[in-house]
Ligand binder design. Structure first.
Ligand code: SER
Length: 602
């Protein structure tokens, strides 16, 4: 392979020559290696020591320390292909070029070459190696803003390699400036390269028609350090950070109209179509993008969850599931999509095959959890929307959106999307309000639809409620799995727990139980809640009565990996809030039923 690609290097490609994505990736790496760059591996999508971002969203992110001046062990010239995930473009996904996950090819100068070389390399790679038509290239440069001067230097470099003046545009910070999300750290003006997809039409400003001008590459001239207070200091080193989108360039090189027909996506799209009973181009694209992204995220240890990056992964999967339902995808179809992703990329990203089981298992769980509620939630949405329309409204009320979220697991984005499809909006402020007051309710353990009829409206009951879960698990550990709940009563002062056990529980056993509960408190376990069917709860090892009295969907509270139990709540967020657990009494209630009273002490 390398030889074949090496053979291409010097020779100009003929118009119409196709290149596979593998060839493009290798050609890029080779081109820069031949120019003194050392290849570095892609970092994980999970940012290391960087709480400011949810995912690695650009090649520069894992390199920040080196961009700030720390010497890189491999020197001043680097090249890589970095896995990247961005959600800013999620609403654009489904058009010809926007994606959440993508591969970013990048070359790096850490205080080494500057604008002249960067522009010359970009131009040479695009025209001589890829053989793209120079007459279809359009570039933008920084117009100057906020005390930072216009970038005429870069314009001169573009003129000198042969880009005519009328194809060079200037734009402000919004377009031609790059820094990390959060606007701190290394940053600077950039120059972006576009390919004109309608070269026969009169030239217009590239930002006026992003469908026509595909942005393919961005060279960032990183020469500033943005401080938290908004001031910009020159960096000690002037660096080059570039990013070339592999999916877009693959589509260009393969002469296909959009990224989903490139060889990176075609096999995935094939699986989607083969497993669906209807065609739906938009749905197919969204599924392909979202499942590819989720597969890579899970491989890097980011599993679906309720906050932060895990929540994004959950959104991607749930949105995928919803679109799969809309084109009649067969059961198991989405798993085949993920398997195709694993299959197609493992030669480059072995973490996919190494974690294949976890990826498939996680997706399966998430699907099982969500698919069942999806239909019911959609029905609920339809009736809310109908009621809303009947009364002449065009906005889904916030409390209805919250119910969809809380009871049916609909991310607010999904409700927003369903509403938009009917030309409606969502009262998001109202949603946020309901969300907040729900949190407040849980926090203060107030009565209401989220409580299990507990009488007291205080934090103390939530703490004792969580302690009761710990107690039941500890009793099972000490006395055996024969222990099951026969009754529970909580006041602000104490818990009372009745359970099946044939004989008196001795002082040593009670001490052991106390020790286990206090151990779990000391572990500072997070308490999390998930909605699922009682069958799934049982299969997942949750404690419950399973006597057919549960609703179709139940709440399962997990205390770290210590215990899981079906319960209406409320609970504390973390066991570290509990204080010290002490058993004050053990007694008989009836034949085969014992009672423990216990307290939490500060
Ligand atoms: N950091 C720049 C970008 O993401 C170039 O790699 O576009």
């Amino acid at each position: 392979m390398a030889g074949v690609i090496g053979g291409r290097m010097g020779s100009k490609k003929r118009a119409g020559d196709k290149m596979t994505s593998n060839e493009i990736r290798e050609a890029y790496i080779n081109f820069f290696v031949e120019r003194g760059h050392k290849r570095i591996a892609s970092a994980s999508l999970a940012p290391e020591n960087d709480p400011s971002v949810l995912f690695v969203c650009a090649g520069m992110q894992p390199l920040v320390p080196y961009l700030m001046g720390e010497p890189h062990p491999l020197g001043k010239r680097l090249v890589d292909c970095q896995k990247s995930l961005r959600t800013d473009d999620i609403d654009e996904v489904g058009d010809d070029i926007h994606l959440t996950f993508f591969e970013m090819l990048g070359n790096w100068s850490l205080g080494d070459y500057w604008k002249k070389e960067a522009v010359a390399y970009s131009y040479e790679f695009l025209t001589a190696v890829l053989g793209l038509d120079p007459k279809r290239l359009v570039v933008t440069c920084f117009a100057g803003e906020g005390g930072i001067p216009r970038d005429d230097e870069t314009k001169e470099e573009w003129l000198s390699v042969g880009i005519p003046e009328e194809r060079i545009f200037f734009l402000g910070k919004k377009h031609n400036w790059w820094g990390l999300p959060g606007n701190v750290g290394p940053c600077g003006p950039d120059t972006e390269m576009f390919y004109d997809m309608k070269p026969d039409e009169p030239l217009v400003h590239p930002e006026e028609d992003p469908e026509r001008y595909w942005e393919i590459w961005n060279d960032v001239f990183m020469q500033y350090d943005m401080r938290e207070d908004g001031t910009c200091e020159p960096l000690g080193n002037r660096n080059i950070d570039t990013g070339l989108g592999l999916e877009r360039v693959s589509a260009l090189m393969q002469g296909v109209p959009h990224v989903y027909e490139s060889d990176l996506f075609a096999p995935i799209m094939g699986v989607i179509r083969a497993n669906s009973s209807m065609r739906g181009e938009f749905a197919e694209r969204v599924i392909a993008d979202h499942y590819r992204a989720a597969t890579f995220a899970i491989a890097d240890g980011i599993s679906p969850g309720n906050t932060g990056a895990p929540y994004v992964v959950r959104r991607l999967i749930r949105r995928g599931i919803r679109y799969a339902a809309s084109i009649g995808m067969a059961e198991g179809g989405l798993i085949k999509v993920a398997e195709k992703v694993i299959d197609g990329y493992s030669h480059l990203y072995p973490e996919l095959i190494e974690n294949a089981e976890a990826i498939v298992g996680t997706l399966r769980d998430e699907e099982a959890r969500f698919s069942r509620t999806l239909r019911r939630g959609e029905k609920e949405f339809a009736s809310v929307a109908a009621a809303c329309a009947e009364s002449g409204g065009a906005t889904i009320p916030g409390d209805a959106a919250f119910r969809l979220y809380d009871t049916y697991g609909f991310p607010i984005e999904l409700t927003r999307e369903l509403a938009a499809e009917q030309g409606m909006g969502v009262d998001e402020a109202g949603f946020a309000e309901s969300y907040k007051s729900h949190q407040e309710l849980s926090r203060r353990s107030a009565e209401g639809q989220f409580t299990s009829g507990l009488a007291e409206k205080t934090d103390a009951t939530a703490r004792l409620h969580t302690a009761t879960h710990l107690l039941q698990r500890a009793l099972r550990k000490v006395l055996g799995e024969g222990v099951s709940q026969k009754g529970s009563n909580i006041t602000a002062e104490r818990l009372r727990f009745d359970f099946s056990h044939p004989s008196k529980v001795g002082p040593e056993e009670l001490r052991a139980v106390e020790g286990i509960v206090n151990g779990a408190i000391g572990m500072a376990y997070d308490v999390t809640m998930e909605l699922m069917s009682p069958e799934d709860a049982k299969a997942g090892g949750a404690i419950g009565l399973f006597d057919g009295k549960y609703d179709d969907i139940v709440k399962v509270y997990a205390v770290g990996d210590f215990t899981k139990e079906i319960c209406a709540g409320p609970h504390v967020a973390n066991t570290s809030e509990l204080g010290r657990f002490r058993i004050v009494k053990e007694e008989a209630v009836a034949a085969g039923i014992r009672r423990i009273k216990a307290v939490l002490e500060a």
